[in-house]
Ligand binder design. Structure first.
Ligand code: GLC
Length: 596
């Protein structure tokens, strides 16, 4: 952290109480009325489409092989055409990049790989001119071990920062304070000689957890958020939020692996009292401002959502993972079923139907590509990509497109583990070997779940460097011959054009924004069907996730008059779609004309 800023935080320790008390209630939001939109009760971020940019892999403007802020600026028009109104940037703060930016060494500096503060200011301004808001990724649970706060904290047990992280004495035999396993594998504790103590890290050892119980820490973090709000950002994605509060009890948990360790997630996630901290965050940072917050909250269930989002909640939206196919330990992942996914989605849709709002997502930088996860091997990738995009853009909530999803980008399956970059991929590979799987089996888990699947460079063109960089990309690109933006822009039947058209359909048909959601055919194991309905319109969405034809009863699916139904969209791009039958991977959006 810059020296001045570092000193400022020392002073802020003294001023903590005053900062915490600062009331922001006087600030009023720019309402949707002021923005000239029809439905005054909805906010701009409820009506728009959001887009996640994994900055390292989006667009390189200077040939160093890393994406950067000026690269994002070059592509604003591309995003505008997709109907994007908010860009979530993965962390752009200074970082040694052990976890690709999720290890922050200075919250007030831009990572030089990505550009300068001036580039960031320009990006915020230019995006705003196009009615696109920049949303920052706030890493609040931990910093980098290179952060000056930690550098001070680890020096001794009695310096001004000594209580900013979570330090504990060893067990009498000198071993770690307890048996918690970090999310990236191995003990969640690392020994520090200078203090003769261990520090806790939920993730990698280079990501020490901040001590949220210390008001000075909370105050410093709120100050960070307010600094970026003053720069005009449109909101925050709140990283790894369930872990910020630790339980009072630091004793061993029941072992769940062959080494006698227990997942730290099971011991610390969503600890009682966490919402008190987050209400304080809301009061000191976000309340009354025309921005949005979306928390990343693994383990928060649909039933818990009302406490987290909405008027009396702490955030506007919450990424919970109940509908995704994944696992903390990849080699223990169960099978995926459409029934489970539908159940989870419907539960979240219901929980946010009149309180809070839902962020719809299937991909992000931590999950593999959806075409490879939710469709059988060998499924037609164009049909599958469009089918997934249909769910993403027609459920109730704000769609979050993850870069490349809109063109149907796919997983990679590199032969050697050495080709991968992600530290969790290496940890999971080792875990699989320890659990008795062969090298080939361990590589299969990597191919299925590696976070690098989604982190490969954006495929802008069929060119060396995929049009992403003129240099050598930091991570190899996937196959850009058949999937790339330039090609798809010129093909009316491409996944990219499907996204653009559906995004426009959503903009032009309020029912897709404010309409209610009712699941139909819940027993079907292959078809996901739901009705979106408001006072003036009614649409039925049907998606066949299987490679077999699916026959259904239109009345049961909610179409009272199938004869007069109007098929607005069909991913086969022909005129053969008929109510009552879905071809393999067919997705249709049907308007029920009986409402007119
Ligand atoms: C979040 C991020 C992930 C990161 C982790 C630790 O889950 O999405 O990429 O590794 O937090 O910060």
């Amino acid at each position: 952290m810059k020296k001045g800023r570092f000193l400022k935080t020392v002073t802020s320790a003294v001023l903590a109480a005053a900062v915490m008390a600062a009331s922001l209630a006087g600030l009023t939001a720019c309402s949707s009325q002021e923005r000239g939109q029809e439905a005054p009760e909805l906010k701009w971020w409820q009506e728009t489409v959001a887009y996640e940019i994994y900055v390292s892999s989006f667009q390189d403007s200077d040939g160093d092989g890393y994406g950067d802020l000026n690269g994002v600026r070059q592509r604003l028009d591309y995003l505008k055409e997709l109907g994007v109104g908010a860009i979530w940037l993965t962390p752009v703060f200074a970082s040694p990049m052990v976890d690709n930016g999720y290890d922050v060494s200075d919250y007030y500096e831009i990572n030089p790989l990505y550009g300068t503060m001036e580039d960031m200011d320009n990006l915020i301004r230019e995006a705003k001119e196009k009615d696109i808001r920049i949303v920052m990724d706030l890493v609040y649970n931990h910093t980098s071990d290179q952060c000056p706060w930690f550098a001070e904290s680890k020096k001794s047990r009695d310096n001004p920062y000594s209580d900013w992280y979570i330090w504990r004495d060893p067990k009498p035999d000198g071993s770690a304070p307890n048996n918690w396993r970090s999310i990236f594998g191995g003990s969640a504790w690392t020994w520090c000689e200078a203090r003769g103590q261990y520090y806790l890290h939920t993730f990698a050892k280079e990501q020490p957890d901040l001590n949220w119980a210390n008001p000075e820490v909370r105050s410093a973090l709120y100050e960070v958020a307010n600094f970026w709000l003053d720069k005009g950002v449109g909101g925050f994605r709140m990283d790894a939020i369930p872990y910020i509060k630790k339980p009072a009890d630091f004793s061993d948990g029941p072992a769940d692996d062959s080494e006698g360790m227990v997942s730290i997630h099971d011991m610390t996630a969503n600890t009682e009292g966490i919402l008190d901290y987050l209400h304080e965050f809301k009061e000191n940072v976000t309340q009354g401002k025309d921005i949005f917050t979306v928390g990343e909250a693994n383990g928060v269930t649909a039933e818990m959502l009302p406490q987290w989002v909405g008027e009396d909640g702490v955030f506007d939206m919450l990424f919970e993972f109940s509908h995704l196919h994944g696992a903390e330990v990849w080699c223990r992942a169960g099978d995926w079923s459409l029934r489970d996914m539908k159940k989870a989605l419907s539960a979240s849709q219901k929980a946010t139907s009149d309180n809070g709002w839902y962020p719809i997502f299937f991909e992000n930088h931590d999950n593999p590509r959806s075409t490879d996860v939710y469709f059988p091997h060998g499924a037609d990738p164009v049909l599958a990509g469009k089918a997934m995009g249909t769910v993403l853009l027609t459920l109730r909530g704000t769609p979050f497109i993850y870069q490349g999803e809109e063109m149907g980008m796919r997983n990679v399956s590199w032969e050697s583990i050495d080709s991968y970059n992600d530290l969790n991929t290496y940890a999971q590979y080792e875990t699989a070997l320890k659990e008795g799987f062969s090298e080939a089996e361990a590589m299969e888990f990597v191919h299925r779940f590696s976070r690098d699947n989604a982190r490969t460079p954006m495929q802008w063109e069929d060119a060396p460097g995929a049009g992403f960089t003129s240099g050598t990309p930091w991570l190899s690109a996937g196959d850009s011959r058949t999937i790339n933006a330039a090609l798809e822009e010129n093909d009316p039947a491409s996944v990219l054009n499907w996204y653009k058209r559906l995004s426009a359909l959503r903009r032009e048909n309020r029912v897709l924004i404010d309409g209610s959601y009712t699941e139909m055919l819940p027993e079907s194991e292959t078809v996901y069907a739901y009705v979106r309905e408001n006072d003036s319109d009614r649409m039925l969405v049907l998606i066949n996730f299987s490679g077999e034809e699916a026959v259904y009863d239109p009345a049961e699916a909610g179409l009272s008059d199938a004869e007069n139904a109007q098929i607005l969209f069909c991913n086969y791009e022909d005129s053969k779609a008929r109510p009552g039958v879905l071809r393999p991977y067919e997705a249709v959006v049907i308007r029920d004309n009986t409402r007119e």
